[in-house]
Design a protein around this ligand. Structure first.
Ligand code: PMP
Length: 366
């Protein structure tokens, strides 16, 4: 199998699998229990928090969640409640994941307004986001790396500009696709969402970073775990795997750059290829193959064991509205392919993908 769909999910790394299994069999205590088994389980949580904070390069608290969908919902809905006197307006982008866009839609049904900016409309996207903030803006929510094109937003620039304009505005960043892949110096926020299964941990666990002094109302009520802010027994074993995966993720920026360049070079041999990724994280390349619909190409590649995506896995094959935010035409969006790499991706994987795309063009182009 040549797996080039690492933005959808990743294969758990050996370190994560080992940590999950060891904790399941040998450290199964409830971190809220007062006895030794509980204390040992709690140690796992503490250690994982430290590792994740260190990787994020931010100062604050980590709350473990079931994944980034929960982290995003908590950050958006939980701050709307906690800061209801700060305003009723949200500044966000037209390229957000549904787990950000949908809770914002829910708030709009309750009387909030949202401004959604598209990268295609601005030369200086970060500045446009800052300019859109006014005295009624309680939240700016912007993703670090777009999951479909890899487009990078300088969240540190946004954070600094937003705080200058309105110190009360909260900045939330969905950092799922940038975490472990980009240096943390371009990440700055009051709230940050991350997910383990995008960095070779397991599905079903994620985290929400909350900067010092920030508050949110919980989405879940119950046993009062995690300082009463996220009730439910913590998934200790999955969290141990998350920590192991974060520790094991190598710096692959040079490697991704080479693979990305190689793929673009090979694709340029064919007519009618449009690259849809710019200003992007190099582990992602989105391109359109004129005259061949995404799904046809995706299944043709699958026949030879190559796995890519036709957009984000979350949009389940529907044409991506996100690509339109980057100025991609409907025709190109209809034939878009996303290849996303991982530390194990090799040059020969890329050669195989490019060759098979060539065969697909010969077979299917109309
Ligand atoms: N945000 C982004 C940018 C994503 O790519 C994803 C996963 N597709 C999510 C949020 C949701 O993450 P999870 O699967 O952990 O809920």
């Amino acid at each position: 199998m040549i797996y080039l769909d690492n933005c959808a999910t990743t294969r758990p790394c050996d370190e994560a699998i080992k940590a999950v299994c060891e904790n399941m069999s040998e450290n199964f205590g409830n971190p809220s229990s007062l006895h030794k088994a509980g204390i040992e389980a709690e140690k796992v949580l503490k250690s994982a928090k430290k590792t994740i904070l260190n990787k994020l390069g931010l100062d604050g608290e980590i709350y473990f969640t079931s994944g980034a969908t929960e982290s995003n919902n908590t950050a958006i809905l939980g701050t709307a409640k906690a800061y209801k006197h700060n305003g009723r307006r949200i500044v966000t982008t037209a390229m957000e994941h549904p787990s950000v866009a949908e809770p914002i839609n829910k708030l709009c049904e309750q009387g909030y307004t949202a401004v959604r900016l598209a990268p295609k409309d601005y030369e200086n996207f970060e500045q446009a986001i800052i300019d859109a903030v006014d005295s009624d803006t309680y939240l700016v929510s912007v993703m670090w790396v777009n999951n479909e094109t890899g487009y990078i937003t300088d969240t540190a620039k946004i954070y600094n500009g937003v705080k200058r304009k309105n110190p009360k505005t909260i900045v939330h960043v969905d950092a799922v696709q940038g975490f472990c892949k980009l240096p943390s110096k371009t990440l700055k926020a009051d709230f940050v969402s991350i997910s383990a299964h995008k960095v070779h941990g397991t599905k079903g666990v994620g985290a929400l970073f909350v900067a010092k002094g920030m508050r949110f109302e919980p989405l879940l009520y119950g046993g009062g775990q995690q300082k009463n802010l996220r009730s439910g027994t913590e998934a200790v074993d999955l969290i141990a795997g998350f920590e192991a995966a974060v520790k094991a993720y190598p710096d692959c920026r040079e490697k991704y750059e080479k693979l990305n360049t190689l793929l673009q070079e090979r694709l340029s041999a064919y007519e009618g290829i449009t690259i849809n990724s710019f200003n992007n994280s190099k582990n992602i390349l989105n391109f359109s193959v004129k005259g061949v619909r995404s799904e046809i190409m995706l299944h043709f590649l699958e026949e030879s064991g190559i796995y890519v995506s036709s957009g984000s896995a979350c949009s389940k094959g529907k044409t991506s509205g996100v690509l339109a935010a980057f100025g991609v035409s409907d025709e190109n969006a209809d034939s878009a392919i996303r290849a996303s790499f991982c530390p194990e991706t090799t040059e020969s994987d890329i050669e195989a993908l490019a060759e098979q795309i060539g065969r697909g063009i010969e077979r299917f182009r109309r």
